[in-house]
Write a protein that binds this ligand. Structure first.
Ligand code: WQD
Length: 400
């Protein structure tokens, strides 16, 4: 397969997307990015501050489009105006805790809504590649929150149709360890059972993986790699980009950082009775820069081999409990993180830790940051950057 030159990154202004764009530029690729700013900072006149910082960090340009994946005209224009060799697809909304608050609405909108929409509005036949854009109209005709999750799933189905219409069959998809549900066996390997998912966010990723598998079986031109990653944390060593969600968030690390910055009074620990050494949830926290390099390694694999459809875990293979992460953060930043106890969060599982050996063997990918986020320098580099990033973004300074 010819060497890729131009990579289209959806969700490129977001936390993981922006860090991935850094690595892509450093690897010599040209990058086109789009984002609808659903969960990233929107600058003036549709610019993306996070990508402007990426340009500062790398000294290279990013072509950016403010674009919602359901805006068929705009998406089509991006593909028509650029020769895109491969897509890295991050654009998604993730709300594990939130998705459990009103499950029936989510199942109805996401699963039933998607099947109705995809069947009713997409007449897609070989030869005359035509598909009706009611798909976008139906879904966005009621642009309210209730449809948001339905849009989330529909993005992907619709998006792949646009790719195919432009003869772009290479894709690296950002999936999630959530597809494993509550695993029977640890560490989790790629052949562990999927689909028995405990939260709707994970179920949307599972459904999209199934869709990708069907796509690759239906047409041998598709060359797809899904990356199931675990819990991303940390920030670029420069501290210029990091995790700064614009929507209410439920993830542990950004919450800890906000408490450290004094923006939240205390952290709530959900559950002390999990089947783990200290009773709190254990997760496989992977540094976002390692995650970004994993996406570049996957891109190289898609560029070189005909995968059809292949899945890789991206994680460290080591677990940290909530209490251990708090302790590590406090030691590294010399900042107390007060917390209170509460019951379990619906949808949470005891432990999610992966076996990432397949990615090591087949992608030649190696995580650089260890579980304590040290770069071998004995200092929790990424955690400091995280606080530093929040310091820069929020104008707060935090002693550490
Ligand atoms: C981690 C632990 C909570 C918040 C993640 C993300 C995303 C996905 C993998 C890719 C759990 C506990 C949390 C809080 C707490 N990756 N917690 N108090 O649930 O593993 O979901 O799945 O898609 O990274 O969606 O991450 O950070 O929400 O929770 O006690 O205020 O921290 O119970 O044990 P989770 P999380």
């Amino acid at each position: 397969m010819a060497k890729f030159q131009t990579i289209f990154v959806t969700g490129g202004a977001g936390y993981i997307g922006s860090h991935c764009v850094v690595e892509l530029l450093e690897a010599g690729y040209e990058v086109i990015a789009c984002d609808n700013f659903a969960n990233s900072v929107n600058g003036e006149k549709g610019t993306a501050p996070s990508l402007e910082r990426v340009e500062e960090i790398t000294g290279k340009k990013v072509t950016f489009y403010q674009c919602d994946l359901l805006d068929y005209e705009r998406l089509n224009k991006i593909f028509s105006q650029n020769k895109i060799d491969c897509v890295i697809h991050f654009a998604a909304m993730k709300a594990v805790g939130e998705s459990m608050e009103v499950p029936l609405l989510y199942y109805k909108n996401n699963v039933v809504g998607t099947i109705n929409l995809l069947e009713a509005t997409v007449h897609y036949s070989r030869g005359n590649r035509c598909f009706q854009t009611q798909f976008a109209v139906n879904v966005t005709s009621k642009p309210n929150y209730l449809n948001t999750k339905c849009i989330h799933i529909c993005y992907h189905g619709f998006f792949f149709l646009v790719m195919k219409a432009h003869e772009c069959y290479q894709l690296v998809f950002s999936s999630s360890c959530c597809v494993y549900g509550n695993p029977e066996r640890l560490p989790i390997t790629e052949d562990s059972p999927i689909g028995n998912v405990t939260n709707v966010y994970g179920r949307t990723k599972y459904l999209i993986e199934e869709m990708l598998m069907d796509l690759s079986r239906s047409d041998e031109r598709w060359n797809i790699c899904s990356l199931r990653y675990f819990n991303p944390v940390g920030a670029h060593p420069s501290g210029r980009i990091g995790e700064d969600p614009t929507k209410p968030y439920s993830n542990l690390m950004p919450y800890i950082a906000q408490v450290a910055l004094g923006n939240k009074p205390s952290l709530t620990i959900f559950g002390d009775d999990y089947n783990t050494p200290d009773g709190t949830g254990v997760r496989d926290y992977i540094h976002v820069m390692d995650l970004a390099s994993g996406h570049v390694a996957a891109l190289a694999k898609v560029e070189k081999d005909k995968l059809r459809y292949r899945v890789y875990n991206l994680g460290l293979g080591k677990g940290l409990s909530v209490l251990e992460l708090i302790d590590l953060f406090e030691k590294t930043t010399n900042t107390k993180v007060p917390f209170v106890w509460a019951g379990r969060r619906v949808g949470d599982v005891d432990t999610l830790v992966c076996d990432a050996q397949l990615a090591v063997r087949e992608l030649n990918w190696h995580a650089k940051y260890d579980a304590t986020f040290n770069l071998g320098s004995g200092v929790g580099v990424s955690v400091i950057q995280l606080v530093q990033t929040f310091g820069k973004v929020t104008g707060m300074t935090v002693a550490y």
